[in-house]
Design a protein around this ligand. Structure first.
Ligand code: UDP
Length: 340
């Protein structure tokens, strides 16, 4: 059966984006992950030929199950750190492969560093051989615990280089530096986005893979305690997945993004306690809010300055936290079964 795309999955593509991408061959690393699977789905719908690779360390085959059978979609279970790069011809590489959940990457610190260093190098070499553009999904974590809020791209960061989060923070900082080195030395067309907290359907909600939004929604729907780390006064700014994907597509299709590093996120800042209360209210949950110790080096505030994305890409998020949470709750409710 041919998969029917939902309106959400196709809404983020303008005619310009469509025209540029529909004839291209694209490699997506981490294509079975949260953001990667959304990108594969939208590109597949445009007609782009997609070569999706993922070692399934955190990605799930169910995220791309609806694409199997499509003539323009090819999946391979491949580890970018250790395997030979695939022998394919591509016009562009979207490099999204990496663990991203703090509780998960801290369990696998060596792998996290290697994916963003050795893995990124392997993919940059492939881009060089193919004369392809290279998109690197970096993160707000390169800013560590920032002293400037909202944080612009010009801020250099406040990262503990030997702390428990350093495998991710420094891995991504190295990845960015390597991309810039390939641009300077080989003239590679590189585009980097620093992605702030993103949420929505397909964000894992289980165990150490869970991020705060999906974990709280699951706890609220199943009547478990909602676990706030610390006093809940730390902040994050949550961007709905279709807004993030729209920004990524604009980044890879807009010439002005060449050689640039761009913050992608929603500038609406909220405390973790406010998030818990909102989710409790939207799910009409009776779950108790409980407090647990704050993990070491947990950033106190995080909020993007998106002036550059607005100016370069003519992009800003359009989905409010309430709208995005409602859609995510609906998705998780049906995933968990009708009893909740
Ligand atoms: N957090 C929390 N309870 C949880 C999981 C996370 O209070 O069960 C907090 C975490 O300490 C952090 C924020 O929520 O301050 C966001 O955590 P997440 O794991 O989503 O990713 P981060 O933004 O830290 O990379």
């Amino acid at each position: 059966m041919i998969y029917q795309f939902t309106r959400e999955e196709t809404a983020s593509t303008t005619d310009d984006v469509k025209k540029t991408l529909q004839t291209k061959n694209m490699l997506v690393t981490g294509g079975a992950g949260f953001i990667g699977s959304w990108i594969c789905t939208i590109l597949a719908n445009l007609g782009t030929h997609i070569y999706c690779i993922d070692n399934l360390s955190t990605g799930l085959t169910e995220n791309i199950a609806h694409l199997h059978g499509a003539r323009n979609f090819h999946f391979e279970n491949l580890d970018i750190d250790s395997s030979d790069p695939p022998k394919i011809r591509v016009d562009g590489i979207l490099h999204l492969a990496s663990r991203a959940s703090p509780e998960d990457y801290q369990r696998e610190p060596v792998e996290t560093l290697l994916t963003n260093s050795v893995g990124t190098r392997n993919m940059l070499e492939l881009a060089r051989k193919n004369d392809a553009f290279f998109f690197y999904s970096s993160t707000s974590e390169v800013y560590g615990d920032p002293s400037i809020i909202p944080t612009p791209e010009t801020y250099w960061g406040n990262v503990n280089p030997i702390g428990p989060r350093s495998c991710y923070d420094e891995g991504k900082r190295f990845g960015e530096a390597l991309c810039m080195a390939y641009q300077r030395k080989y003239g590679l067309d590189i585009r980097i986005t620093r992605i702030f907290n993103t949420y929505g359907p397909r964000l894992r909600e289980d165990g150490a893979y869970a991020r705060v939004t999906s974990r709280f929604i699951r706890q609220a729907l199943t009547g478990q305690n909602i676990t706030i780390y610390g006093d809940g006064k730390q902040t994050r700014s949550f961007c709905y997945i279709t807004d993030t994907v729209t920004a990524i597509l604009k980044t890879i299709t807009n010439k002005k993004a060449k050689g640039q590093v761009i913050n992608i996120g929603n500038p609406h800042e909220t405390t973790i306690l406010q998030l818990a209360q909102k989710i409790r209210q939207l799910t009409r949950s009776q779950s108790k809010i409980v407090y647990k110790p704050l993990p070491q080096d947990d950033p106190k505030r995080r909020c993007p300055d998106i002036s550059k994305a607005k100016q370069l890409l003519n992009w800003q998020p359009t989905t409010s936290l309430q709208q995005g949470l409602e859609k995510t709750i609906e998705w998780l409710r049906s995933r968990l079964g009708k009893q909740f």
